[in-house]
Design a protein around this ligand. Structure first.
Ligand code: PLP
Length: 448
């Protein structure tokens, strides 16, 4: 499959698109066309295993870059945890937080890391990946690349502005992952990374790459869970609770009321940069049995406003309790816009913006009513779904485990179960190197 920049016409292979991240013209890579599932696959999504669905979904995108056997191995390594579609009473929840950093970004990061290793087989120079993070992405990328041969990762994060857990997820692994705590803001970290990529000496001496959220190799694997969940929903049967399902007592409300056999599901997607929703649109275009989407944002409502008014106006982001979605200029809009017109988007997506009070109210009400703990991002999705009633079943994407946001959730819903992944990360010791907000300090570190 060829990929094109959203801004240009020069084709790139999957390997080129993935390893470059951003296109040379500053655009985002998109597939030349969106493949479609064969009928045999489309009709058996409800009975195939997650790994089988992953193979069928990803194969056409990486054809020519990753061989079948390598892809199978890659999938088994990357998706080593479950993504259950559970019945939470009124709605189903697609739990995407059973991975090592307890958020859906594990799917993209783990796949991308292994794809990089696979595409670079035979290269002698080790790849040095630089990532700036405000918290969550850094942890998922660090964990995704941890122990991957031939690649090392340096994560830059703003000192004093990430949580204790995030710090341990980023700086507690060691090995091929190093962490730099920068005296500055997230924007400063990002500016340092950009400056490093422009530095002649660094780019000549090191094989530098980025692993940011706009990489197409992070988006493609996310289509898999949409297809798997849509197929499962159509059977009318929810999955059993997973090991980290945050329910007061397992099974209390697994009455099987959220789904209905033969009815296509609508997915409510808590969104910030809109990578997750774009992956959902790919799954839809491939033929997964999805009725439509609710684009659920917090008060940073650039896309819901665009869907309503037809005008795309970015703005400075505002801080909320669903902070992984505090985005005023969603980078994946450029992708959505490259594939679909406003009218086409309106036919499948409805936008809803939810404020912090309503998000908190949803966390309390869902806990009280169904014994289920939502995290603030999932709660935005849940509340949005309530505001936008649809015919047929509805699944909210649980993008993070609520224990990641215990300081918000516990005052509203009481003591939370802590999943093994978080307990494991908290037991680590963070070892970051402190650097001033100066390119020279980053250069010194990288060239040492
Ligand atoms: C990153 C993130 C989101 C937003 O996903 P996008 O793909 O940027 O729209 C939502 N919830 C959580 C918990 C996240 O970490």
């Amino acid at each position: 499959m060829n990929f094109f920049s959203t801004r240009g016409k020069i084709p790139a292979s999957f390997a080129q698109a993935a390893l470059a991240g951003l296109a040379p013209d500053g655009g985002l890579f998109v597939p030349a066309e969106i493949p479609r599932y064969r009928n045999a696959v489309k009709n058996s999504l409800g009975s195939m295993s997650f790994h089988e669905i992953a193979f069928e979904t990803i194969k056409p995108f990486v054809e020519g870059g990753i061989e079948d056997a390598a892809l199978e191995e890659l999938i088994a390594g990357a998706f080593s945890f479950e993504a259950p579609l559970i019945d939470a009473g009124k709605f189903a929840v697609l739990e995407l937080f059973h991975g090592p950093t307890a958020a859906f970004k594990d799917f993209g990061a783990r796949f991308m890391a292994r794809a990089f290793a696979c595409l670079r087989r035979g290269e002698s120079r080790p790849l040095r990946i630089l990532v700036a993070t405000s918290g969550d992405t850094g942890g998922a990328v660090a964990d995704g690349f941890f122990g991957v041969e031939g690649i090392s990762v340096t994560v830059l994060y703003p000192g004093g502005r990430v949580s204790e857990l995030q710090k341990k997820q980023i700086a507690g692994l060691g090995g091929n992952i190093s962490a730099l705590e920068v005296d500055g803001s997230f924007d400063d970290c990002q500016a340092l990374v950009k400056a490093a990529f422009r530095d002649r000496e660094l780019t000549e001496k090191l094989a530098l790459s980025s692993a940011n959220s706009i990489n197409i190799a992070r988006l493609i694997p996310q289509t898999v869970y949409y297809a798997a969940a849509a197929g499962r929903a159509l059977t009318g049967r929810a999955d059993p609770d997973g090991a980290a399902t945050p329910r007061v007592s397992a099974g209390t409300n697994a009455a099987g009321t959220a789904l209905k056999a033969g009815e296509k599901v609508t997915m409510a997607v808590p969104s910030g940069n809109f990578g997750n929703l774009t992956a959902g649109l790919y799954a839809y275009a491939m033929g997964a049995p999805i009725a439509g989407f609710i684009a659920a944002t917090n008060i940073n409502k650039t896309i819901p406003e665009y869907l309503e008014s037809g005008e795309y106006k970015t703005r400075v982001s505002k801080a909320t309790i669903s902070n992984a979605m505090d985005v005023g200029a969603p980078s994946n809009f450029e992708r959505m816009n490259a594939h679909w017109s406003l009218e086409e988007l309106r036919r499948v997506i409805r936008g809803v913006s939810v404020n912090d009070d309503d998000t908190r109210a949803a966390i309390s009400a869902v806990h009280r009513g169904y014994g289920y703990f939502l995290d603030p991002h999932g709660a935005v999705g849940w509340r949005a779904a309530e505001r936008m009633p649809v015919d047929g079943p509805l699944a909210v994407l649980g993008t993070a485990h609520p224990a990641k946001f215990a300081e918000t959730v516990e005052p509203l819903a009481g003591a939370l179960p802590v999943p093994a992944s978080i307990a494991k990360a908290m037991a680590r010791t963070a070892a970051a190197k402190n650097i001033p907000n100066k390119l020279e300090a980053l250069r010194e570190f990288l060239l040492a």
